[in-house]
Write a protein that binds this ligand. Structure first.
Ligand code: PEP
Length: 260
């Protein structure tokens, strides 16, 4: 069974004081989460403060990006090694906002994935089609291209150490979510590809999250799909109560899937 994972992506939001308040509220609301793994990805400026608040508790720390080199003359960049040093366990890679705004290519994202793996940081590799690609029937082609490119030259045991996130670009920050059926269809397709690239058994253990306008009201429907192993949550993760509710719903769906 795959343990549901719910990741809050705070994006470029919050002062240090706001980050501390948000992390504390989530920590206090999720003292003993069972059967679910919550993760917070604050902006770089708040990583150390949030790490301190989360301590060795059950909520993990993640970052929103990393560079592919361990160190060097890369002004303004942060390496995977630096994130591990801060206590981060996860790093978001290939988010569509970075693909679009920073022009990140599949090749660059692939280098970052490999760098994260080398440093023991779990990459959360995001893939997803634009609205236009979906209208043209290119959803599977797009996500397959992104997944294969993201995994190029990754060691054979690499995919099992990665979390995948299906994030349709048209659903991110728009209030329009993919239907549970749409999400399950793409997740099933991605898992089929992962079976080919690894083994059926390995692919069954890999977590594939859905991201795109997930909130406390629509989470149940998504988590009811056996192929949806949790969520990458943007906007709603800035509201501690909404994020806590989504985490609890993921835990409940996981327990129901196990027949508990
Ligand atoms: C995201 O940032 O990955 C995301 C899915 O954002 P939102 O939940 O706001 O759509």
């Amino acid at each position: 069974m795959r343990t549901p994972l719910v990741i809050g992506n705070w994006k470029m939001h919050g002062t240090l004081a706001e980050a501390r308040a948000l992390a504390s509220a989530v920590r206090d609301g999720l003292r003993r989460p069972r059967g679910v793994e919550p993760v917070l990805c604050p902006p770089f400026t708040a990583l150390a403060a949030v790490a301190e608040i989360l301590g060795n508790g059950p909520i993990r720390l993640g970052a929103q990006n990393c560079h592919d080199e361990p160190s060097g003359a890369h002004t303004g960049e942060i390496s995977a090694a630096m994130l591990v040093d801060l206590g981060a366990r996860y790093v978001l890679l290939g988010h569509s906002e970075r693909r679009r705004e920073m022009g990140e290519s599949d090749a660059q994202i692939n280098r970052k994935v490999r760098a994260a793996l080398v440093h023991g940081l779990t990459p959360v590799l995001c893939v997803g089609e634009t609205g236009e690609e979906r209208r043209q029937g290119l959803t599977f082609t797009t996500v397959e291209g992104q997944l294969r490119a993201g995994l190029a030259d990754v060691p054979a045991d690499g995919p099992a150490k990665i979390v995948f996130a299906y994030e349709p670009v048209w659903a991110i920050g728009t209030g329009v979510q993919a239907t549970p059926t749409q999400a399950a269809e793409v997740h099933g397709y991605l898992r089929g590809l992962l079976s080919e690239l690894t083994s059926k058994e390995a692919a069954q253990a890999i977590r594939i999250l859905y991201g795109g306008s997930v909130n406390a009201d629509n989470a149940d429907g998504l988590f009811a799909e056996p192929e949806v192993d949790g969520a990458l949550v943007g906007g709603a993760s800035l509201n501690p109560q909404a994020f806590i509710t989504i985490v609890r719903k993921a835990a409940r769906a996981g327990a129901a899937a196990r027949g508990e």
